[in-house]
Ligand binder design. Structure first.
Ligand code: HEC
Length: 477
């Protein structure tokens, strides 16, 4: 059931203007489309959507096997690729109708191409409609910076996916911290997020999420794990494992791994479905494809939603997730907001509610990477619709609310990094709806993490080849 009507944002249809808005609160209605749209759109909805997904933009946003020129598309539709499961439509359509479909698809391809910004920014000033930004480079030379935490003295702890932890001082000198757990630095795995204990000033405790390996006779398996340790000088000591997702998997992707404290002092942990969407996200006896809630010592809060459900893992807070890699607590309401990677088309923003099913892989706006539909359902009784979804997929990572006084132009702003299109996405949120989006830091690089630091500045972590941590300085006037 949809408690929140889906606010749909199809950025592809709006091009690359600095600000764009396309949202409506109605759900997709095929009937309606059949009535008010062109013949090609109608034909797509009736003859193609069943296999390629309702959203043509998601279908065209993929690798092409047989080319995507007019000629290639015409040929595919007219004669099909029967061996691959693509039927021929020469009996169903006239050449004119096929050409209309080709034109319709080309528009979608064009929309997505316009998202791939080619011009790198040569200066360190980024002009935006709302507020321009000058970059202050805090750290370079890290391969894939993944998470950041800000110490009371303004030093920054930065994780590098490969397995290193750095402490960067105000003078921008970086030292490595010893005592980091051994990580499986393969695929999307490695050393991931870091967060300070709420009482860090007194106890010096930090939490690290990472991919942990286990040798078995079937080879090394891996899972999402969290260690709690004391930062003593430049060394992590007194490790205690507070979370270990079960079961271990053979795959090396979709670990999740974001960490965030709720206002009542519990630790929220995102765990991806490890690439097994059939077995994991909907099964409460497995930790994968879930968001978890634990106490600071790793024990289970008595009011967790599934503590009394036989067979369910007691740390589970919500389920039906794919790969959530952004999480931020709403500064006023204390609600937990997350973003997650969908398949092709269908990345999501959700507000987490206990015991709630977020749908993967029963419902999705996305399609499979090979262009075929994985689920026909975008909504279902018992499933929470996303607050917002992206087509094309931006590959969201990191999430932060804009607070404080430095960035007044971004009031009510929710920042999300885009790995795929290499920018910072600013969502303006009112009454729990995204009412506007703006593209910031166009083409800066794969943007992995964004944080609002206690000193009132926004920091972003960008992956190789840029590979840097930047502080965002507002440029006034
Ligand atoms: C019965 C399922 C089915 C239907 C219906 C269908 N397709 Fe396909 N289509 C496929 C499969 C399977 C492939 C090959 C795998 C892939 O690339 O997705 C394919 C491939 C294609 C390709 C070539 C993709 C490439 O990578 O080069 C195009 C273009 C295409 N379909 C367009 C259409 C259009 C337009 C319609 C509607 C008129 C349609 N298809 C209807 C299943 C279907």
């Amino acid at each position: 059931m949809s408690r929140i009507a889906a606010t749909i944002c199809i950025i592809a249809t709006l091009g690359i203007g600095t600000s764009f808005l396309f949202s409506h609160t109605k759900k997709f209605d095929a009937q309606e489309i059949v009535q008010d749209s062109s013949r090609a759109e109608k034909n797509y909805a009736n003859f193609c959507a069943g296999c390629h997904g309702e959203k043509m933009d998601a279908f065209v946003d993929r690798r092409w096997k047989h080319g995507n020129t007019d000629k290639d598309l015409f040929k595919a539709i007219k004669h099909g690729y029967p061996d691959e499961g693509m039927p021929a439509f020469e009996k169903a359509f006239t050449d004119k109708e096929i050409n209309e479909l080709v034109e319709f698809m080309q528009k979608g391809i064009e929309n997505i191409k316009r998202y791939e910004f080619s011009e790198p920014n040569k200066s360190n000033v980024y002009k935006h409609e709302s507020l321009s930004i000058k970059l202050d480079t805090v750290l370079t030379g890290v391969d894939v910076p993944w998470g950041m935490a800000f110490l009371p003295n303004d030093d920054i702890l930065v994780t590098e996916r490969g397995g290193k932890l750095y402490r960067v001082s105000k003078s921008k000198k970086a030292v490595t911290i010893g005592g980091v757990p051994e990580v499986v630095a393969e695929g999307q795995g490695g050393l991931m997020d870091i967060i300070l204990h709420p009482n860090f000033k007194k106890n010096n405790v930090v939490y690290l999420s990472y991919s942990k390996g286990k040798k078995t006779d079937k080879g090394v398996l891996a899972t999402t794990a969290i260690t709690r340790a004391v930062l003593k000088g430049n060394e992590l000591v007194d490790h205690k494992e507070v979370f270990e997702a079960q079961p271990y998997s053979r795959t090396r992707h979709h670990y999740g791994c974001r960490l965030e404290w709720s206002k009542d002092g519990n630790l929220f942990i995102t765990v991806g479905e490890r690439g097994n969407e059939k077995e994991n996200p909907q099964d409460l006896s497995r930790d994968l494809g879930k968001v978890h809630r634990i106490k600071e010592d790793g024990s289970i809060p008595a009011d967790n939603p599934f503590v009394n459900t036989p067979g369910a893992r007691p740390s589970i807070y919500s389920y039906g997730h794919r790969n959530p890699q952004g999480m931020a607590i709403h500064p006023k309401t204390g609600e937990i907001w997350t973003n997650e990677h969908g398949p092709r088309g269908g990345d999501e923003i959700n507000i987490l509610k206990p015991a709630t099913n977020y749908g993967w892989a029963v419902t999705s706006y996305g399609i499979n990477y090979n262009g075929q539909v994985m689920t026909k359902l975008t909504t279902k009784e018992g499933v929470s619709d996303p607050l917002l979804y992206w087509i094309p997929s931006i590959a969201p990572s990191g999430m932060a609310w804009v607070t404080g006084k430095r960035y007044k132009e971004w009031k009510n702003g929710l920042l999300v990094g885009s790995l795929r299109f290499k920018y910072l996405n600013l969502c303006t949120v009112e009454n729990n709806k995204v009412i506007k989006q703006e593209i910031l830091l166009k083409n800066i690089g794969r943007l992995r993490d964004v944080r609002m630091a206690p000193n009132g500045y926004i920091y972003v972590a960008v992956e190789k080849p840029t590979a840097a941590i930047f502080r965002l300085l507002p440029v006034k006037g």
